[in-house]
Design a protein around this ligand. Structure first.
Ligand code: IMP
Length: 448
């Protein structure tokens, strides 16, 4: 019998890579449907289940649970080749997700020209100006969506009438635009795009449907939904560190447009962050540690990107940024992961305010140059020693670790209901009401 009654959302409070996959994996057994509503194949979730490691970018991580139906909503930009590769990756390990997968016919399609444009524009911007994207074509696809006329949705792919001439016209327009702006068409060829389109049609037609209607019917019949936010709130196109953001609404604010479900139905909003901060790609990062302490966090936390393999920039926990994200996302709970990574540090820094041009700031300024000029006001707390990996209850944590959590709760204003002490699912401490929807730990785990 299901213990879950409310619909919930798991979302990132930082710049992605917070460990959302692990939290979704933990909560999933209590839900019937897991829903992606934003982003695309830029998300990187490493999920360890049953002793195996799975790297997912586009599929909702919850599909690894056989009880769950996975939905990719209208707000996601879907690269059909990436989707097929993930379906095949799971099939090779005996997991057939196809019968449990639904992809919105309203979702926009990432095609080769989006990925080419992503790379050309980053190259043209140069080291200083580039966003440091994942090269997955996310920004160009969302730009086409907003521009409306050159866009292709899943429903269009499924309708063969006029498809080839339409794609040909699109490719020719993109080739001309790329040559004009970048001096090259980047190797874009109609035949290659058309071949991708045909592959998509033959392989995924069966999973494309009206997911909005599906989700409403699921809710009407009493089934519970778990929304998986991709990326993180500091990468949100409206609220993040613009322009060093992704092109979607990454927090629960994306559920309405991205899934076609009113956000009011989602009552439990679990914001995920690490006990320190990380960022991949370019952009301001006030608490970044470009020193041996930052290197030590990276090595202890194995902070290398799932999607691109890039070393992640590391720094102290930024309570200013976390509070900002938690407020925008309406977090009811915090999942604070990687607490074990901070063991053996003599003292641990927490950023409690920013100093900028002689002024103390307690929230993120919109201006990029102002944010880049901000210096962190760091409060140091005593560290703790010892291996936390065997701890299973909050009460068993060393006193200093508990006080560290309490300080974060006070600064952010949201209770820490989940704490991570290792990559394994069993290495997750849960307290309060969330215990109700978490199944007893099994010897499987995940980390994002
Ligand atoms: P894009 O989403 O590929 O356009 O990349 C825009 C920015 O968001 C870059 O700095 C990426 O590194 C970052 N980004 C996008 N998705 C993720 C994620 O899931 N984790 C971490 N960073 C991400």
């Amino acid at each position: 019998m299901k213990r879950q009654l409310e619909h919930a959302c798991v979302f990132g409070l930082g710049w992605g890579d917070e460990g959302k996959g692990k939290v979704v994996d933990l909560l999933c057994p209590g839900f019937d449907v897991v829903v992606r509503y934003n982003g695309g194949a830029n998300a990187g979730h490493t999920v360890c289940a049953g002793g195996e490691t799975f790297k997912l970018h586009l599929l909702p991580t919850g599909v690894l649970h056989e009880n769950a139906v996975g939905v990719i909503g209208p707000g996601v930009v879907v690269d059909p080749l990436a989707l097929i590769a993930e379906i095949d990756q799971l099939a090779a390990r005996g997991i057939d997700v196809v019968p449990r997968l639904r992809v919105s016919d309203r979702a926009h399609v990432v095609l080769a020209y989006h990925k080419i444009e992503d790379q050309l524009s980053e190259k043209a911007a140069g080291e200083a100006g580039k966003i440091g994207t994942t090269s997955r074509g996310i920004g160009p696809c969302y730009a086409d969506k907003m521009r409306r006329t050159p866009a292709v949705r899943m429903a269009d792919l499924m309708d063969e009438r006029d498809l080839a001439p339409r794609i040909r016209a699109l490719v020719e327009a993109k080739q001309a635009a790329f040559r004009a702006v970048y001096g090259t068409d980047g190797g874009l060829a109609f035949d290659a795009v058309m071949s991708d389109v045909q592959t998509a049609r033959s392989r995924i037609s069966g999973v494309v449907c009206d997911t909005t209607a599906y989700l409403h019917e699921a809710m009407d019949s009493g089934r519970s939904l778990l929304f998986e936010g991709a990326n993180g709130l500091l990468l949100d196109v409206d609220h993040g560190t613009y322009p060093f953001v992704t092109s979607s609404s990454t927090g629960p604010n994306g559920i309405g447009p991205g899934a076609g479900v009113p956000p009011t139905v989602v009552r439990r909003l679990i914001g995920v962050c690490k006990a320190y901060s990380t960022r991949v790609g370019s952009g301001p990062f006030v608490t970044e540690l470009k020193d041996a302490v930052g290197d030590r966090i990276r090595e202890r936390g194995k902070e290398y990107g799932t999607t691109t393999g890039r070393p992640r920039r590391c720094g102290w926990f930024d309570a200013v940024a976390c509070r900002y994200s938690a407020r925008i996302g309406g977090a009811t709970d915090i999942a604070l992961l990687h607490l074990d990574t901070l063991s053996e540090f003599e003292e641990i820094g927490v950023c409690v305010a920013y100093r900028c041009e002689g002024i103390t700031l307690r929230t993120l300024p919109a201006s990029l140059s102002q944010l880049e000029a901000c210096q962190p006001v760091i409060e140091f707390l005593p560290g703790w020693s010892g291996d936390l990996s065997g701890v299973r209850h909050f009460a068993e944590l060393p006193t200093n670790a508990r006080e560290y959590i309490e300080r974060i709760e006070a600064l952010v204003g949201v209770p820490v209901s989940i704490a991570g002490v290792g990559p394994d699912r069993s290495q997750t401490l849960v307290r309060g009401e969330l215990q109700r929807i978490v199944t007893p730990p099994e010897p499987v785990g995940s980390r994002e």
